[in-house]
Design a binder for this molecule. Structure first.
Ligand code: S3P
Length: 182
């Protein structure tokens, strides 16, 4: 087959903070032999500082502008696995670009499960509040419909290990004819 006939897929992962987008994305990319990019890492490289520092200095709206530009750029790339920041679905332009330019997987977790994973986290500005579980419940209520609108597939991340989740996603992509079978 000529290389021009090979169409490599573009897969993006969305979900709340702590749902495993980066960890699962990296392993999924390895499994599918695709490149891996994390939009938050690209943003931090551009900003030259942590997202938390940028939030404190410039505010959330300014961060969302940078995020929108980076999502536009990364979803415009030919192929690969992309993990996104949890708030990337807030802007309609991001939802549309993610949905139209690739295959989007929503890693769904309950707020309680996320709280268990993130209770010691200090890097996420939105969770540095007196009641992080309450904040996660609010974020879930606001964003779960947006993740579903953006995604082509929903994967429940409750109990399974990372490698089981990677298997589940690979199988979904194979069944849909997006990636070749084993
Ligand atoms: C955010 C999630 C973070 C990061 C930023 C804002 C959010 O990414 O983009 O702190 O609005 O939920 P993770 O989902 O990787 O934590």
């Amino acid at each position: 087959m000529e290389s021009s006939q090979i169409r490599l897929p573009s897969v993006a992962l969305v979900g709340l903070p702590g749902s495993g987008k980066s960890t699962i994305g990296r392993q999924l990319a390895r499994r599918l032999k695709l490149s891996f990019l994390d939009s938050d890492h690209v943003i931090e490289e551009r900003l030259g500082c942590s997202i938390r520092d940028y939030f404190e200095r410039e505010g959330e709206a300014s961060f969302r502008d940078v995020e929108e530009a980076v999502i536009d750029e990364l979803t415009g790339m030919a192929s690969g696995v992309l993990s996104t920041g949890g708030g990337s679905v807030l802007r309609p332009a991001n939802r549309q670009r993610l949905h139209e330019r690739g295959h989007v997987v929503y890693l769904r977790s309950s707020p309680e499960e996320l709280f268990r994973r993130l209770r010691h986290d200090v890097s996420r500005p939105l969770l540095q509040v007196a009641d992080p579980l309450g904040r996660l419940r609010d974020l879930y209520a606001q964003r779960d419909p947006l993740y579903r609108e953006t995604a082509h597939f929903v994967i429940e991340t409750g109990r399974p290990s990372v490698s089981t989740l990677v298997n589940m996603i690979s199988m979904q992509l194979e069944l849909a004819g997006i990636v070749p079978g084993p």
